[in-house]
Design a binder for this molecule. Structure first.
Ligand code: FHN
Length: 467
């Protein structure tokens, strides 16, 4: 087994052995009343829209007239072409021209798709801030004389959406960011000496904290989506994480934050690999775990988690990435995640003028059409009471009066016209929720058989409500 895999498996083993020494109470996200209150809207939301938009969006995966690639994150284009920040800014800024009203289009699309919250990049690794910052000249205020964060927040609030800020602690622009401190975090100049002589990372942290304080105090933000740490560079040593989270909570006591200021078993991470997530999180390190580009096979019982995913293979817009996921994949991912008790944060990558690619509009509207008919089976739902059935997925929901409802999402319509389950309660009725058509039940002991019409009402997922 190659050396790196040896190291990762040792790390994973070490991570899990550390976990076994910590008491479950320490490990599991404590369900304190304050925490449950803060998390309630987010747990009920189940579905959010992620937006990656910055200077990289105008470059669109092209550098010096040539495509940089057709796969992978083009928000990393500066890193992929190893451009220093001045060369990068010179090429990218002229192509970043947000059109009037772009944010209204995003908000309307999120609402139409059935999203309840939108998390957008206030600053990605490139270091360019989308608000009008007093502590940076590399920002929309100085370069475009606009506060793009304000434009976006205003549009989202008008559509009744909750607001999240994705903020990168990694910074490829700031001249005091000591990229040599980590062998695992990306930087375009990795392996090269600091171009401006010695650097003082604490000066970068003063800037990072000041800019986050601007964002947390000036805008009504509900989620702070940090990104990201490495096993060799995380927490207080890398970001003064305790103070950073404290300043945000002071400004916004009900805010929700992810776990990415840290990378440790206590924070729910066991490796740098995407599957290195653990079903544990101590709330001191964040409120939810963030599996990226994958859905945990059996969910993460006992902790709050959110899978973030792209529509193709890049977070930031690319002219060259046409690997769009099908509507079936997107809708079934949403159902699969909800059936395991998680949230789905689905990413869009607008172009340099803020416009949304037509393929993205089509996908988000297709999800919205399904959610318009079936959203009650997703919003406010919790994980299935039983393992995933062969025919699809299941969610459940407590309703007024304390009764439970089961929602059966049928992907593969049974040829014999029957679905038999062992419901955790005595069902009295079943209905196709899109049409309202009642279905007959046959009982045999604790087994309930639902008699189905010959054809599936929805080719992607037909939902039956069992009461
Ligand atoms: O490096 C980033 C990447 O560009 C993107 O923002 C994702 C989204 O979660 N986060 C980091 C990779 O884990």
């Amino acid at each position: 087994m190659p050396n790196i895999q040896n190291k990762l498996s040792l790390l994973l083993a070490a991570g899990i052995s550390i976990l076994s020494t910590l008491s479950p109470a320490t490990l599991r996200a404590e369900s304190t009343p304050e925490r449950d209150t803060r998390m309630q809207w987010w747990r009920e939301a189940r579905f959010g829209m992620f937006v990656h938009w910055g200077l990289y969006s105008g470059l669109a995966g092209t550098w010096e007239g040539k495509p940089v690639g057709t796969q992978g994150g083009m928000e990393w284009i500066q890193q992929r072409v190893k451009a220093d920040t001045d060369t990068y800014a010179k090429a990218a800024i002229p192509l970043f021209k947000p059109k009037p009203g772009f944010a209204t289009e995003w908000a309307a699309l999120a609402r139409e798709a059935g999203c309840k919250y939108v998390v957008f990049t206030t600053k990605h690794h490139e270091g360019f801030a989308l608000h009008d910052s007093k502590v940076s000249e590399y920002d929309a205020g100085s370069v475009l004389h606009r506060d793009l964060v304000k434009e976006i927040v205003t549009a989202l609030k008008k559509e009744g959406l909750r607001v999240g800020f994705y903020h990168s602690v990694i910074d490829w622009h700031h001249d005091q960011y000591e990229y040599q401190k980590s062998k695992q975090l990306p930087h375009p100049l990795i392996g090269k000496p600091y171009p401006n002589g010695t650097r003082d990372h604490s000066l970068y942290l003063d800037y990072l904290h000041a800019e986050v304080k601007e964002l947390a105090t000036a805008y009504p933000v509900d989620v702070l989506w940090w990104d990201y740490s490495a096993l060799d560079f995380q927490g207080d040593a890398a970001w003064r994480a305790t103070d950073l989270m404290k300043l945000v909570r002071k400004a916004r006591p009900s805010i929700i934050m992810n776990n990415r200021l840290y990378r440790s078993p206590e924070a729910g991470w066991a490796s740098m690999a995407t599957e290195g997530y653990l079903p544990h999180i101590d709330p001191a390190y964040g409120d939810f775990i963030t599996p990226e580009q994958h859905i945990p096979d059996t969910g993460m019982p006992g902790v709050d988690w959110e899978t973030c995913m792209t529509l193709n293979t890049t977070w930031g817009y690319s002219d060259h990435d046409h690997a769009w996921k099908s509507d079936e994949t997107l809708i079934r991912n949403l159902i699969d995640i909800a059936s395991k008790g998680g949230n789905y944060l689905l990413n869009i990558g607008p172009k340099g003028d803020g416009s949304v690619p037509p393929e993205t509009v089509k996908s988000m509207k297709a999800i919205g059409t399904w959610m318009h008919l079936n959203g009650e089976s997703i919003y406010g739902s919790t994980a299935s009471p039983f393992d995933k059935p062969a025919w699809g997925r299941c969610t459940q929901k407590k309703v007024a009066g304390g009764a439970t409802r089961l929602y059966l999402h049928v992907f593969d319509w049974p040829k014999d016209g029957k679905i038999t389950i062992k419901a955790p309660f005595k069902p009295t009725g079943a209905r196709l929720i899109a049409s309202g058509v009642r279905l007959k039940l046959e009982k045999d002991g604790d087994q309930t058989t639902i008699l189905l019409p010959p054809t599936a009402p929805d080719p992607i997922a037909s939902v039956i409500r069992l009461e």
